[in-house]
Each structure stands twice: as C-alpha cells, then as structure tokens.
Design a protein around this ligand. Structure first.
Ligand SMILES: [Zn+2]
Ligand SMILES: [Zn+2]
Ligand SMILES: [Zn+2]
Length: 275
C-alpha cells in the first residue's frame, strides 16, 4: 500500500495561521519539513482521507487530480478534516465535467451527512454521501475499510482500519486513547497491522491533561497494548502525525530524534512511503 501524507498538522497549521509563538516564528523563517498544512492523506493514489481546507493547496503542490479520485473517507467533522464549502465547486460552471462524470463519494459517520446534505441536495453537484457504521467493514475504492470509534471532540469520530492486498493500516486521526469498545473489537481480530499513523498533537509529552488527542507517551502505551494483543509486532511501522505548534518539542530537530529513539517515524508534508 502506498501512503502519501499531504498535510500533517492540527487545525491551525504550523505555523499557526495567526500565531507569533517562538515555534511559529522559527518555522516561518526556516521553512522545510517543519511547515505543516492541515491533515490529509492519500492511499494508492485512489482513496483520499479527509477533505480539509488545504485540499486545494495539496492538489496544486503534489499534483493530485481530484477529477480522477472517486472516494474520500472522512475521519470526523472538525473543519480541519472536513471543509464542505469546497464541495460546492463540484458543479458547472465551477467544474466543467463530462456528462458521464462519476460521482465523488464522501464516506463517514452519521455526523458527516448533516454537514454536506444541503450541498449534495443540489442536483447539479456530482457528489454522493455514504454513511459508515462503526465496526462494519465496507469496500471502498478496493480497500476494506472498518471504522472504529475514536475518543475525540465530535459526536461520532472514527479512526479506520484499512486493508488491501494483505496489508493493513490503522489510521488513528484524530483520537485520544481509544475507547474500550474499540479495544474490545480489536481484541477479536487476528489481523497483523503493518502500519499505524498515530495522533501526536501533544508532541513529545509523556501525557496530556485532556482526552481528545495523543502525545508520544500515549502513543507508546497504545502501541504496547496493541502488541500485547498480537496485532502489532516489531515489523509494524509506527508513525507520529498531526502536530500542533503547542505540542512539546515539535520542531524537526527535537522531534525526530526523540520519536526515532522510541521507535516511531515522523511524518512531514509530502512524505510518501510504501508498506
Ligand atoms: Zn485534526
Ligand atoms: Zn505558534
Ligand atoms: Zn479533530
């Protein structure tokens, strides 16, 4: 499976859109890997994950052609992961499309429908919404996609188990420590997880005083629990992703050595890898 990280930041990006903190100042000066746009990922050039406000920028920067991508999976309805306004351009005259142009399908929890139904109610808009139920596999763009419940600040946030050609990805954005219902479901699986993308909004902290995100310490404990269940082993590639300028030690020079010492790879905008 090929995974391309198009954006790797939390809601306000790094540098934060209006922020003047030390981290954001440095990042503005230096550029490079520390510049992070809002979280979005593409699998095998066919399945988009999330449709945030930087989608257009990602298409320009990485040559992603949305006219040939049919499916988009939404993790949750925070605006950095679902920016419905851009879906209104999926019609003429904003988009010249052939008569037989297939629909752009948005997949997500019951929270997603109300955010986009008014837009998709317009018959000129070539979009379709498909609701996903938790813990029930769906075939989407050739992937077997199973939504798991997340711990995050929306009504029905999901993380996803995504399988294809014998490979399995756990895409865990956004979520704090997983809810017990998700652990129960995972305990009944006999799958080997080949790659995990962990929420690391808190950066290199040992723990956080809030529930809805993770940090390196939480990632380590989550990986240990997955290991103890036999889903993860030393061959599983674990990535930390979705960073905030408010997180601890999030500049590459301090982030990468600590994450790497703990056995995690660090994402950056534009990173492409296969597993
Ligand atoms: Zn987010
Ligand atoms: Zn800042
Ligand atoms: Zn969120």
């Amino acid at each position: 499976m090929k995974i391309q990280f198009l954006g790797t930041a939390a809601a306000e990006g790094i540098p934060g859109i209006f922020c003047t903190c030390d981290v954001c100042r440095k990042v503005r000066e230096r550029g490079g890997k520390d510049v992070r746009t809002r979280c979005q990922t593409l699998l095998d050039d066919t399945l988009l994950i999330d449709f945030g406000p930087d989608t257009y920028q990602h298409c320009l920067t990485y040559g992603v052609d949305l006219s040939v991508i049919r499916d988009c999976l939404i993790t949750h309805v925070h605006q950095d992961h679902l920016f419905p306004m851009d879906l209104t351009y999926l019609r003429r005259p904003f988009a010249e499309t052939p008569e037989d142009y297939p629909f752009f399908r948005i997949w997500g929890s019951e929270d997603v429908g109300p955010k986009i139904e008014e837009i998709f109610a317009n018959p000129k808009i070539r979009g379709e919404y498909h609701e996903i139920k938790p813990f029930e596999p769906n075939m989407i763009a050739g992937f077997k996609v199973t939504a798991l419940k997340a711990t995050h600040g929306t009504d029905h946030p999901f993380i996803y188990l995504i399988e294809k050609d014998g490979k399995c990805l756990l895409y865990a954005h956004d979520s704090g420590v997983f809810p017990e219902e998700t652990w129960e479901y995972l305990s009944g699986l006999s799958v080997h997880v080949d790659m995990i993308s962990f929420d690391c909004t808190g950066g290199m902290e040992e723990d956080l005083d809030y529930r809805s995100h993770m940090c390196l310490g939480r990632n380590i404990r989550c990986r240990e629990r997955l290991q103890s269940m036999g889903l993860v082993d030393e061959n599983t590639r674990c990535f930390v992703n979705h960073f905030s300028h408010n997180g601890k030690d999030v500049l590459w020079e301090t982030l990468e050595p600590q994450a790497s010492a703990a056995g995690f790879e660090v994402t950056y905008d534009g990173l492409v890898t296969e597993f």
